[in-house]
Design a protein around this ligand. Structure first.
Ligand SMILES: CC(C)(COP(=O)(O)OP(=O)(O)OC[C@H]1O[C@@H](n2cnc3c(N)ncnc32)[C@H](O)[C@@H]1OP(=O)(O)O)[C@@H](O)C(=O)NCCC(=O)NCCS
Length: 158
């Protein structure tokens, strides 16, 4: 996980991933993921290459929003190791997360949200391929670069 997500080309497209990324960052993330599953607030998955069982990425969603139905809304994020880009795995993983959120989670979510940096065309294509629609824009700070970035907001309703 550390070398893959610690690749600047991966980290710079994510909001909360520090750069450089250390073993301690990974341990803290895994603890948070464990607690999140127990609390029912954060559902993190490894993306595994089916034939080889290699870890090739991560995907997950965190419950919460700033409205009354916050418990039925989740923000999602995902990444793939750079060596695995361009093979359709992003779309496959996000489609699986959508199924989990709307059909397996109990109670199911009403809406999934995702932000993609304005320049991150690959992620926008993945979101659109999975049925997400653009729902506005925002500015977010990228932990890896420390810079404010224009991001497109996407959402998918159940
Ligand atoms: C986002 C990410 C998971 C997508 O990986 P992927 O599934 O391998 O995506 P691809 O490289 O196949 O690109 C998806 C689509 O965008 C297209 N695309 C990619 N880069 C493009 C570019 N610069 N301009 C135009 N189209 C582009 C691809 O051709 C592909 O098209 P298709 O839908 O017709 O197949 C991967 O790029 C990644 O891990 N990036 C770093 C982390 C990240 O950005 N996470 C998402 C944060 S919102």
């Amino acid at each position: 996980m550390v070398p893959a997500i610690g690749d600047f080309e991966v980290a710079r497209n994510l909001k909360r991933v520090p750069y450089p990324y250390t073993d301690d960052d990974a341990r803290a993330f895994l603890r948070m993921a464990d607690e999140g599953w127990s609390a029912g607030t954060f559902f993190a998955f490894a993306i595994e290459h089916r034939a080889s069982a290699r870890l090739i990425g991560g995907i997950g969603c965190v419950i919460g929003g700033d409205e009354a139905a916050a418990s039925q809304v989740a923000a999602c994020g995902y990444w793939l190791a750079r060596s695995e880009w361009g093979r359709g795995y992003g779309r496959e993983a996000l489609a699986r997360l959508v199924r989990f959120a709307f059909h397996e989670l109990d109670p199911p979510l009403a809406r999934l949200e995702a932000n993609a940096h304005a320049g991150n065309i690959a992620s926008q294509r993945v979101l659109i391929a999975c049925g997400f629609e653009q729902a506005g824009e925002c500015v977010e700070t990228c932990a890896a670069t420390g810079q404010a970035v224009r991001a497109l907001r996407f959402e998918l309703r159940a």
